[in-house]
Each structure stands twice: as C-alpha cells, then as structure tokens.
Write a protein that binds this ligand. Structure first.
Ligand SMILES: Cc1ncc(COP(=O)(O)O)c(C=O)c1O
Length: 454
C-alpha cells in the first residue's frame, strides 16, 4: 500500500512555491527523516516484534488514521460540543461508545483518553483527593510508573502502598492483600500491571472495598484485548468500579485509551477526562478505534485464545531449551506475556541487544527482588500478541524459541540468526483477525520520493 500518491510527490508543484535556496537548507533533514521512517519500517517488517505493549493495525484502521479528523477539534461530549462542524464525529463517537459498552458489557464508556496514562490520571482525579492512599503493585513487582508517586498517582498527590506480592506465583498475595486493605484503608485499590502473567485478585478485594470505603480501579492496559476476547479475567463482573486500558497493546487498535465504569460514576469520569485531563481528544484515532472495536467484536475471541496458546507454547519451548522461564508450575502464563530470568545469559540489557541483532525485538525487564543494576536487570519480557495478529501459531513459537537459545545460550553469530528470523517472518504478510487484512508493515514512502525535488 503506498499512501503517498504520484500527484503528491510531483516536484513541479513544490517548485512553484519554494525557492531552490530555501529547499537546499532542509533537504538533508528531510532525507534523514524519510530514511529513518523507511529504516524503521524495514526493521519491524524483517524482525520478530515481541514487545508486550505493541501491536499492528489492519489496513482500514490505518487508513482511518489519515482522515481529515486528524485536523479537527471536538471538545466536549457527543451532542454537547464547544465547536461547530462536529456532526460527523458525534456519529462516530456515539458508535464507539456503544460498541465499547457492548464489547466489555460496561454500563458506561468514555473513549476520549489519549493514552493509558491519561486514562489513569483521569480515574485518579475522579475517585480520590490529594493525600488519599492508593494500593498498587510496586514497579519492580510489575506495576506501571503511572501507578506510583513519580508519575500519575503522584500528580494527584496520592500516597502509595504496595500490594503484598508472592514472587513464586508472580501475583498479588490475596490473603495478605485483604489484611493490608483493612489496615491502611486506601481510597483506591488498583489492579493491573506491566508485567502481568496471571489474573489479579479483584473478587477478593471487592469483599473488603466497601467496608473501608475504597473504589477498585483495574488498569487493563496490557490485557484489554484478552478481556475483550473473553479469555482473561472479567474485572467489571469481578467487582472493579472503573477499568482503564490502552487500545494498542493486546487490543490491536490505534494508540489511545478507554475508561469503563459503573453508571453511578459516569459523570465523575467524564468530567475528569474533559475538561480534567484531555482538551481535544484525537478524532482520527477515535475513528480508527471504532473499526478496531468491531474487529474485536467479530474476531476477538479467536485472537485472544490464540495469543494465550502462543504464549504458553513459546514459554514451554524456552523452558525445554534450558531457560529460567518464570512460573513453570503454574503453566508459565495465562496472558500474552512470558517472563524469563536471563541472569545466567548476561542479564536483560545484554540479552535484549543481542536479540535485536538476531532479528527479535523484545525488552529487558526488572524482576521482583532484582539484585542487578536497573540498567541491566535480570529479566526479559516477551509479548506474543503481535506475532499472533500476523497469523503465527504454536509451531512458529517453537522455531523462535530455538533462535533465542542459539542467540543467548549457544552465543551463535547474530547475523546468521537474523536470517533465520527473517525466514520465519517472511511468510506472515497479512494482518489477521481483521476485515481487510493488509500488509502489517507497509512501506508508505515511495523509494524515489526525494528524487522528485532534485
Ligand atoms: C499497566 C500499564 N498501564 C498504563 C500504561 C500506559 O499506557 P500508554 O502508553 O497508553 O500511556 C502502560 C504502558 O505500557 C502499562 O503497562
């Protein structure tokens, strides 16, 4: 798919309104940017992307990201805008809200937050005041920075208390958690994480939340697509008052976020989003999201199921090849993620860099009680959602685990491994679980784009 048409790159149009001299000043910089875009696209096309917070969108979703909505404002709620010209975005946003409510069986949905962090800040503003206590996972045990004092929670002036964590199970200890909730009486009990292998004890928290006057917020940023597919826990049924989530991690849509809540909190949440934390939401992203929601309503179950199957198969294959994969007695994972302690292979930073040279893009990750330098922590985190979205299944997971063994245990030549990774990748050229598929890594800039100006 070429998104830049011949007409758009016609140099004569350009020459008619800019002098050669002024163009000379910026020519090199244009070239640097275009080369970087091309290079980036080729990198991801030719590698195996396994960052747990990323995904690819279908062709129609990409096209909707380029519409005129990317230039417009629609502050306010549907039918209550502050500007004229919003009739069509009203139609689209109403569809998006209804679709979100159906998909997640939610009483209320706000589709305006521009990212998961913004959604969390809005939830904190809606439910708590400065000085209130919040219970979350600490960052080393998997919590996201937005949960703690140096990011969103801190911006709201909240005081952090950590969930008691069971390292063996890589999860919150439910009994200790209930005790601690009774002891500290937090205003918000927050679930969800960036390292998120198993469902969190939402039900257990529900049993004490009312007693201490707490609200339960579930940050589903990572697992939103799995929840949408009905293959992870169902936080709203288990007792969460509010659920936030990015729309671009396991949920394979454009970058952005949603907030779901009980009807009684609708007004507080809506006001915390606008005018609280978002002025103009990103209308092109919202438009693209409405189609991604319909894709998930149609294909979400199969996609989520296969993602988890792939994660389990990948973890098992790594384990059989000698890796210290976390939580083997529990079946490694119930989500899209797999976490490996790579202390014995040179630790996280070294391993992540070596993998990139070998054609696999993943990230280093701090593990609970990490004794190593945070710059080179002991873990690697893998996500299987993107490879699933482009159609990979269990047999590819085994082949990829073998490349990782050759790279990190056998220390084979990365350039040879990169060729092996490409060999696997090159048969997967379509975005699956979508209406119109499309190339997952389209080269949108014509090779000779600059030549037109020379
Ligand atoms: C648990 C969790 N919440 C929130 C976020 C932030 O999401 P976003 O990047 O959409 O702001 C992340 C990011 O990875 C995350 O892991």
């Amino acid at each position: 798919m070429s998104l830049i048409t011949k007409q758009e790159i016609d140099g004569s149009f350009f020459r008619s309104w800019v002098s050669e001299m002024r163009f000379d000043e910026v020519r090199d910089e244009i070239q640097i940017i275009m080369d970087a875009v091309k290079g980036h696209t080729a990198l991801f096309r030719d590698s195996l992307p396994m960052i747990a917070s990323e995904n690819v969108t279908s062709s129609i979703v990409r096209r909707l990201l380029m519409t005129d909505f990317s230039h417009r404002y629609a502050e306010g709620l549907v039918d209550e805008r502050f500007y004229q010209g919003c009739g069509y975005i009203d139609i689209i946003e109403r569809e998006g809200i209804n679709s979100t409510k159906k998909l997640f069986k939610a009483e209320h949905a706000n589709v305006q937050p521009i990212s998961g962090v913004t959604a969390n800040i809005a939830a904190f503003f809606a439910l708590a005041s400065p000085g209130d206590k919040i219970m979350t996972l600490s960052v080393p045990t998997g919590g996201h920075i937005s949960h703690v004092e140096y990011s969103a929670a801190g911006i709201r002036g909240l005081v952090n208390y950590d969930h008691p964590f069971d390292e063996e199970r890589m999860n919150i200890d439910p009994d200790q958690m209930v005790k601690k909730i009774r002891e500290i009486r937090p205003r918000i009990i927050l679930f969800g994480a960036s390292v998120f292998l198993f469902p969190h004890p939402v039900k257990e928290a529900r049993s004490v939340a009312d007693e201490v006057g707490a609200k339960i917020v579930y940050d589903g940023a990572h697992v939103l697509g799995l929840i949408a597919g009905g293959e992870f826990q169902d936080p709203l049924r288990e007792g969460a008052d509010v659920m936030t989530g990015s729309t671009h991690k396991t949920f394979p849509g454009p970058q952005g976020a949603i907030i779901l809540c009980k009807a009684e909190l609708a007004k507080r949440i809506d006001q915390a989003v606008f005018p609280g934390t978002v002025s103009n939401h990103h209308l092109h992203h919202l438009t693209a999201l409405t189609i991604a929601l319909l894709e998930m309503r149609t294909f979400g179950k199969d996609y989520a199921k296969q993602t988890i199957k792939n994660a389990k198969a990948f973890a098992q294959a790594l384990y059989e090849r000698g890796f210290d994969v976390r939580c083997e007695p529990l079946g490694f994972t119930e989500s899209h993620q797999v976490v490996v302690d790579v202390t014995n292979c040179g630790a996280g930073s070294y391993c992540a860099k070596r993998l990139e040279k070998s054609g696999i893009i993943a990230n280093k990750n701090i593990l609970p009680s990490d004794k190593l330098d945070p710059e080179n922590p002991s873990g690697l985190r893998f996500g299987l959602q993107e490879l699933t979205r482009i159609g990979m299944r269990e047999s590819e997971m085994v082949a990829i685990a073998e490349i990782i063994k050759l790279a990190l245990i056998d220390k084979k030549d990365p350039s040879r491994l990169k060729a092996m990774a490409l060999e696997i990748k090159k048969s997967f050229n379509t975005v699956c679980y979508s209406f119109d598929g499309g190339d997952p890594y389209p080269d949108v800039i014509a090779a000779n784009w600059m030549d037109k100006f020379l």
